[in-house]
Ligand binder design. Structure first.
Ligand SMILES: *[C@@H]1O[C@H](CO)[C@@H](O)[C@H](O)[C@H]1NC(C)=O
Ligand SMILES: *[C@@H]1O[C@H](CO)[C@@H](O)[C@H](O)[C@H]1NC(C)=O
Ligand SMILES: *[C@@H]1O[C@H](CO)[C@@H](O)[C@H](O)[C@H]1NC(C)=O
Ligand SMILES: *[C@@H]1O[C@H](CO)[C@@H](O)[C@H](O)[C@H]1NC(C)=O
Ligand SMILES: *[C@@H]1O[C@H](CO)[C@@H](O)[C@H](O)[C@H]1NC(C)=O
Ligand SMILES: *[C@@H]1O[C@H](CO)[C@@H](O)[C@H](O)[C@H]1NC(C)=O
Ligand SMILES: *[C@@H]1O[C@H](CO)[C@@H](O)[C@H](O)[C@H]1NC(C)=O
Ligand SMILES: *[C@@H]1O[C@H](CO)[C@@H](O)[C@H](O)[C@H]1NC(C)=O
Ligand SMILES: *[C@@H]1O[C@H](CO)[C@@H](O)[C@H](O)[C@H]1NC(C)=O
Ligand SMILES: *[C@@H]1O[C@H](CO)[C@@H](O)[C@H](O)[C@H]1NC(C)=O
Ligand SMILES: *[C@@H]1O[C@H](CO)[C@@H](O)[C@H](O)[C@H]1NC(C)=O
Length: 495
């Protein structure tokens, strides 16, 4: 299929054309041209004077070519002040560490911003500190060292028991933080690049002895913002907030190859609450978003849910997995999640809830609204036999509950199977609601709305026609026909 330009970008281009047109019209009069020249000259002298006085005290921190960098905190530092060299060859780990150590010693509530100027800043993993803003200028790129020996090992996450891929310790993340408050990673679309290619290759060749590290991982922290930057080619999950509160991801681009970039999930909120993810473009080699809360007996023991999560205005693509997932590790529970105004394109699955016996926990109060699926194999998926376990000590009687899940305003085209809700006798799916759905099919077969052990209702008319497990209501929410059999099984993985 031909790749279409994502909507937002197209509008942006149109706006640029519009602006250019206005500007030319403005310059066409001699008088205004003269005024513009005067202002330019005046501003130049003004800025020159400012630079002499010293960048730290100006409105804008000193910056090279590109947009002036705004000052967002009391103190502003430049990575070069700490010996950083952005030549793509010099290793800057010590420069980052010195800068962050200096910031951690400042005493003020609203501490410091660390500017990363244009250039390629190669580094091994480093830790952030509280009350800091990492600002990536236009053309700034932080590059992760490919040599895994430079990546420190850390203990496994308590709610997982093991590294996700190997027993024992795991690699830390390129940019890491623990027990922090008030951290911002932002910029003028600078990039954090994990250079994951070598990791994916070693992983496939089974050369790694430990679980790969995420690109950015923030643990046990609150008030975290990631905005206006690009994250790309993570060795493993891209952004992993773990047991955090109040996390915002806004206007971020997340990229990895759509195939052969194993486990490069975009954003994985894990045992987190009060999370907003909005206005992002995510195209990666696994789930674009996967909400999690720990794995089997370890997640049950840790007992920290993911809740109060709002995901909106995204364009996502996942050729291997799904646009927005919940699970499969959800043993601490997942509740109160809203997913709205999301376009999923050219993907294997659009939205998916995945779990298994042994997980325990729950997935409840989940609202999907205004979703568009454009070219997906399966649209909505609920899967209850995702049998990947950390070890054999999981309790098969720890059954997850799945309930109160609603789908409103679901549209799309070129979808083979719009709905596949595969509950089981042990893990039935309860109280599912469908309202206002019309999804164009790319494949004509009888069973494209597939169900098993599902209880719920359809309000009004939807397309394709729902499975017989669901009760029918009219637009005014009056019962029309009660389902005779919620347990009917009509799942066909061959479609
Ligand atoms: C940082 O310092 C370097 C070297 O002095 C300078 O070229 C650059 O413009 C500065 N960048 C910012 C964002 O302050
Ligand atoms: C970051 O801090 C954690 C916790 O103190 C530590 O385990 C880890 O090794 C640190 N990482 C680096 C790169 O210093
Ligand atoms: C999004 O970020 C880009 C830079 O990455 C910036 O130019 C743009 O203004 C931001 N948009 C919004 C709505 O903040
Ligand atoms: C930011 O950079 C990424 C990667 O280069 C690009 O795809 C995206 O369009 C840029 N975003 C904006 C708002 O310019
Ligand atoms: C993995 O372990 C083997 C055997 O101990 C060792 O030879 C190899 O260098 C290790 N590989 C990595 C990437 O650490
Ligand atoms: C959440 O974090 C943001 C950014 O740090 C902060 O401005 C806001 O006050 C925090 N919200 C709450 C409820 O603490
Ligand atoms: C993103 O960039 C835009 C444009 O520069 C700015 O207005 C906005 O405040 C930034 N957003 C965040 C959350 O940093
Ligand atoms: C559900 O989450 C939203 C944020 O997405 C929050 O505003 C709301 O208060 C939460 N509801 C409950 C009952 O906690
Ligand atoms: C529905 O989502 C699309 C993006 O897929 C967005 O453009 C549109 O504004 C949304 N509509 C409403 C009513 O929120
Ligand atoms: C079913 O779920 C909806 C939300 O989707 C909720 O409003 C309703 O109260 C639930 N019904 C029951 C019987 O729990
Ligand atoms: C459907 O399955 C549930 C268990 O998942 C069971 O409690 C119920 O009795 C079954 N209903 C019918 C009509 O077989």
């Amino acid at each position: 299929m031909t790749e279409t330009l994502p909507v937002g970008r197209f509008q942006l281009q149109q706006q640029r054309v519009e602006l250019k047109r206005c500007f030319l019209a403005f310059l066409s009069s001699h008088k205004t041209l003269f005024t513009v020249l005067w202002i330019t000259a005046f501003v130049s002298v003004f800025l020159w004077q400012r630079n002499i006085v010293g960048a730290r005290f100006s409105i804008f921190a000193k910056s090279g070519p590109g947009r002036p960098v705004p000052k967002t905190r009391s103190f502003v530092f430049n990575l070069t002040d700490f010996g950083g060299v952005g030549d793509g060859v010099t290793v800057n780990t010590a420069a980052f560490e010195r800068a962050i150590l200096a910031i951690s010693k400042l005493e003020k509530s609203d501490v410091a911003q660390l500017n990363v100027p244009p250039g390629k800043w190669l580094t091994a993993p480093f830790n952030l500190t509280s009350h800091m803003t990492l600002f990536l200028a236009e053309g700034a790129e932080i590059l992760g060292l490919e040599d895994e020996k430079q990546w420190p090992l850390m203990p496994p996450l308590p709610s997982y028991g093991y590294g996700r891929e190997h027993h024992g310790p795991r690699y830390g993340s390129l940019i890491h933080g623990q027990n922090l408050k008030n951290v911002v990673i932002t910029g003028h679309n600078g990039t954090i690049n994990g250079q994951g290619q070598s990791w994916w290759k070693k992983y496939r060749q089974k050369l790694l002895n430990h679980t790969r590290g995420p690109l950015v991982q923030i643990m046990w922290s609150s008030d975290i913002v990631i905005s206006n930057i690009t994250l790309r080619d993570s060795p493993f999950w891209t952004f992993h907030p773990y047991d955090c509160k109040n996390v915002t991801v806004r206007n971020v681009t997340i990229l990895a190859p759509v195939s052969e970039a194993p486990n490069t999930d975009g954003i994985d909120p894990d045992s987190c609450e009060d999370v907003v993810i909005e206005d992002c473009y995510i195209s990666v080699g696994d789930d674009a978003i996967a909400i999690k809360s720990g794995w089997d007996q370890y997640g049950i023991a840790y007992g920290r849910p993911s809740r109060n999560i709002l995901i909106r205005n995204l364009i996502v693509r996942s050729m291997v997995s799904a646009g927005v997932s919940i699970g499969s590790e959800m043993s601490g529970g997942v509740s109160n999640v809203t997913v709205e105004s999301v376009l999923v394109w050219s993907s294997r699955r659009a939205v998916r809830i995945k779990t298994a016996a042994g997980r325990g926990g729950y997935v409840k109060h989940i609202t999907y609204r205004n979703l568009t699926f454009n070219d997906a194999r399966v649209g909505i998926v609920i899967k209850t036999d995702y049998n990947e376990h950390p070890d054999n000590d999981f309790d098969p009687k720890a059954l997850p509950t799945l309930e109160d899940i609603s789908f409103t305003g679901i549209h799309g085209q070129a979808v083979r199977v719009p709905v596949r809700i595969h509950g089981s006798e042990d893990i039935p799916v309860r109280n599912v609601t469908f309202r206002d759905m019309s999804v164009g099919l790319s494949y004509k077969k009888k069973h494209v709305f597939q169900c098993a052990f599902v209880q719920g209702r359809v309000i009004g008319t939807i397309f394709p026609a729902p499975c017989e497990n669901l009760d029918r209501y009219d637009e005014e929410e009056r019962l029309v026909k009660r389902s005779a059999s919620q347990n009917v099984t009509d799942i066909d993985y061959n479609v």
